[in-house]
Design a protein. Structure first.
Length: 482
């Protein structure tokens, strides 16, 4: 029974790792788009032109131009995805076949994503600005069904639901403008919140001695709750204004180091061997790193006369996803009892999940036109932008839980100034992700190979065809004190 014990112990360990595959990120990798109602209207090109409380994410040096203000915005992201799984299997006769599954669709709930902030400008020359900000990244909190047409869902080994996850970045920021030509900013931040994931794993051994691979009787629905998460980080930025027409900026985001407690609950399989089984202990810790980010931008602005002006920015963003190479899970005395024929109890060993992500690159262009031609009593701003971004996930590691692809983001927005103090913003953006085809023989995300040294390879769970798209709509408001 030593082999049987290995079957379930390793299977349970694998599900714990699988559940950790949604992390906190920036625009590439695991987030669908960069954030902020006004910046997204410029295609995310908001590094050199940063000048309000959205600067806390893009370039804290821009807070030097935010004045004393209050700011709020909300965005809704309608993300939809399609996955048609293709699995390469080897039958008893040694023949290799590719088996397709029914298409499964991922959906997201209506969930407004907020930004809240306030800044205070002071000093004898108004050279100092202090700010506080709370924001949430634009991530697709997708859910997939447990069954499709009465059969187990082909995505169940990657993701069922992320419902209940809530992560925000809170920070305190300071900007200094020693002279009109220079702005410097610094922020101290923390990723705060909880992460919840539901996923199914299979305890069916791949050697077909006990049951067929992916036999539903050996499926176990599991719940992982990670939190409270308090992961420190910092960002910084500098903006140079050599002339009234030009601005150049450089900003950076340091990594987030996540080391958080977790609870692990598993509904054991319905197969007879588990009839009297139960889990004792549910605590553990999760550790991983999220990538640093480098942003550079150049903005040209000019007065067109008749109270009209225009701003054009080009920006480049590199996210160092190669730092996110693994996720570490350390169960704390999690044991299983009562499995027929198993020594009782036995514990779950620490595991390391390889991620093998890659750095991503983004090129962005945005334009903002300000005029009084539309409403003579109030200034109106119109903006548009586009960005192209490479994926932070190599194709062999793409899955329904961590889907990313090369993408184009097209955004358009507007602002209306009212009463001399108020500015109201709106944005609409379309995220177009290139489809991904993961060849079954190149797929690398394992279903689980519970028996160490077994000569039959475990079928990967992520082979197949992926499609996704997203529509982002948002509104915001700023009140600037005189």
């Amino acid at each position: 029974m030593k082999t049987t014990r290995s079957v379930f112990a390793l299977a349970l360990a694998a599900v714990l790792s699988v559940q950790l595959r949604v992390d906190v990120a920036h625009a590439a990798g695991l987030y669908t788009a960069d954030r902020g109602v006004r910046p997204l209207g410029r295609g995310g090109a908001f590094v050199a032109g940063a000048d309000d409380l959205s600067s806390v994410w893009y370039n804290p040096a821009g807070l030097a131009d935010a004045g004393t203000s209050l700011f709020v915005d909300f965005a809704w992201m309608n993300f939809s995805s399609e996955y048609t799984r293709k699995t390469q299997v080897t039958d008893a006769g040694g023949t290799v076949r590719v088996v397709p599954s029914n298409r499964v669709d991922g959906t997201t709930p209506f969930l407004p994503i907020p930004t809240l902030g306030g800044s205070y400008n002071f000093g004898d020359r108004k050279q100092y600005t202090a700010a506080l900000g709370i924001l949430a990244p634009y991530t697709s909190v997708a859910s997939y069904p447990l069954t499709v047409d009465g059969r187990p869902s082909p995505s169940r080994y990657s993701l069922v639901s992320l419902d209940g996850s809530a992560l925000t970045v809170a920070g305190a920021y300071f900007a200094y403008k020693p002279i009109e030509e220079i702005r410097i900013g610094l922020g101290l931040q923390a990723l705060i919140g909880t992460f919840r994931s539901r996923v199914v794993f299979s305890a069916s051994p791949p050697d077909r001695l006990i049951g067929a691979p992916e036999d539903p009787a050996y499926d176990a629905l599991s719940q992982l709750n990670v939190g409270p998460i308090i992961a420190p980080s910092a960002n910084f930025g500098i903006t140079a204004v050599p002339t009234k027409h030009l601005r150049f900026a450089l900003s950076g985001q340091l990594p987030f180091w996540v080391n958080a407690p977790a609870t692990i609950r598993v509904r054991l399989p319905s197969a007879a061997v588990f009839d009297d089984a139960y889990q004792d202990g549910e605590e553990g810790r999760v550790r991983f790193r999220l990538p640093p980010v480098l942003r550079v931008g150049a903005e040209y602005r000019t007065d067109l006369g008749r109270e009209n002006d225009i701003r054009v920015e080009l920006a480049y963003v590199r996210e160092f996803w190669s730092l996110h190479d693994s996720i570490e899970l350390r169960p704390d005395r999690v044991r299983l009892y009562g499995i027929k024929g198993f020594p009782s109890p036995f514990g779950i060993a620490p595991i390391s999940l390889p991620r093998n992500f890659q750095d991503s690159n983004s090129l962005r262009a945005g334009v903002e036109y300000s005029t009084k031609s539309i409403f003579t009593a109030n200034r109106t701003e119109l903006r548009a932008g586009v960005s192209y971004e490479t994926s932070g996930i190599p194709a062999p590691w793409v899955s329904p839980l961590t889907y990313d692809a090369n993408k184009v983001i097209v955004g358009a927005g507007a602002s209306l100034h009212a009463g001399g103090n108020w500015r109201f913003d709106a944005v609409g953006a379309l995220v177009l992700l290139a489809g991904t085809e993961v060849a079954p023989d190149e797929a690398r995300v394992p279903r689980i190979n519970p028996v160490q040294g077994n000569p039959t390879s475990t079928e990967a769970v992520n082979g197949g065809t992926y499609r996704a798209r997203a529509l982002i709509l948002g509104v915001g408001a700023e009140y600037k004190f005189k």
